[in-house]
Write a protein that binds this ligand. Structure first.
Ligand code: ADE
Length: 239
């Protein structure tokens, strides 16, 4: 999988070198290139924004540097389809199924907007290109200062699903949001709580059933607690 990230703050992406994603990069399971949008900005001031047509607060990112930066990464990659992800609080909300779907794609381009966002013609233009698919993506109903942190979140959700990234792929099987809620196609269960040694910590004991060695009992207890948790947190069986 190839990933290109376009941003005015490349330093935000330093943490990708750490932990499991760092190892996935070393193992070449994924290749990530970070591009500075300002490299495509004209003039000595390297300006990437301007005032909004129609008035209003804040600045809007200009289409020219975005077009140049996106064209450059598309031209340098030989994928059949390029998936452009534009991070915006006005986008579709990220969930586990979307992460799963994106983990199956071959070339992802993340556009990190700042200020009041990117001139919308950039989305319109690439949506009309036959070899590009565009999605506007939000990581939740709150406003960040830009798309960088949202991109980091999305990248982590995707990359941990790629084969060979997690030491034990069984971790993916029972975790939150991976199991459909019974009788509800749209909902997913939250995971049961986990415990490790010591068996008693600050007077608190691990639930007895987990020490029983009875796998059927443990399975039953875990699914009961997971159901209760899902009901409490998400309401009903899930969101
Ligand atoms: N940019 C600003 N806020 C955002 C959010 N919630 N999700 C994605 N991108 C954003």
């Amino acid at each position: 999988m190839q990933i290109d990230v376009i941003t005015i703050f490349p330093a935000y992406f330093e943490p990708l070198k750490l932990s499991l994603i760092g190892k996935a990069l070393e193992k070449q399971i994924v290749e990530i290139a970070i591009h500075d949008l300002r490299d495509q900005a004209p003039g000595v001031h390297k300006s990437v924004d301007d005032t909004p047509y129609g008035g209003g607060a804040g600045m809007v990112m200009s289409p020219e540097p975005w077009g140049a930066a996106i064209d450059q990464v598309i031209d340098s990659r030989d994928a059949q389809i390029h998936d452009l992800v534009v991070l915006t609080p006005a986008g579709q909300k990220l969930n586990q199924s979307m992460a799963q779907e994106m983990a199956g794609l071959s070339h992802l381009i993340f556009a990190c907007g700042r200020y009041e966002g990117i001139d919308h013609r950039v989305t319109d233009y690439y949506q009309a290109q036959p070899h590009v698919r565009v999605r506007e993506l939000s990581i939740g109903d709150y406003v960040l200062n830009g798309g960088e942190v949202a991109t980091l979140v999305t990248l982590e959700a995707i990359i941990r699903l790629l084969p060979g990234v997690l030491g034990n792929p069984d971790s993916l099987v029972e975790e939150s949001h991976s199991i459909p809620a019974p009788g509800d196609e749209e909902s997913h269960m939250l995971e049961y709580p986990n415990y490790t040694k010591p068996a008693v910590w600050r007077g608190l004991s691990v639930p007895e059933v987990l020490l029983s060695g009875n796998h059927a009992l443990i399975k039953g207890w875990r699914s009961k607690i997971a159901r209760e948790r899902t009901q409490k947190i998400l309401g009903q069986t899930g969101e």
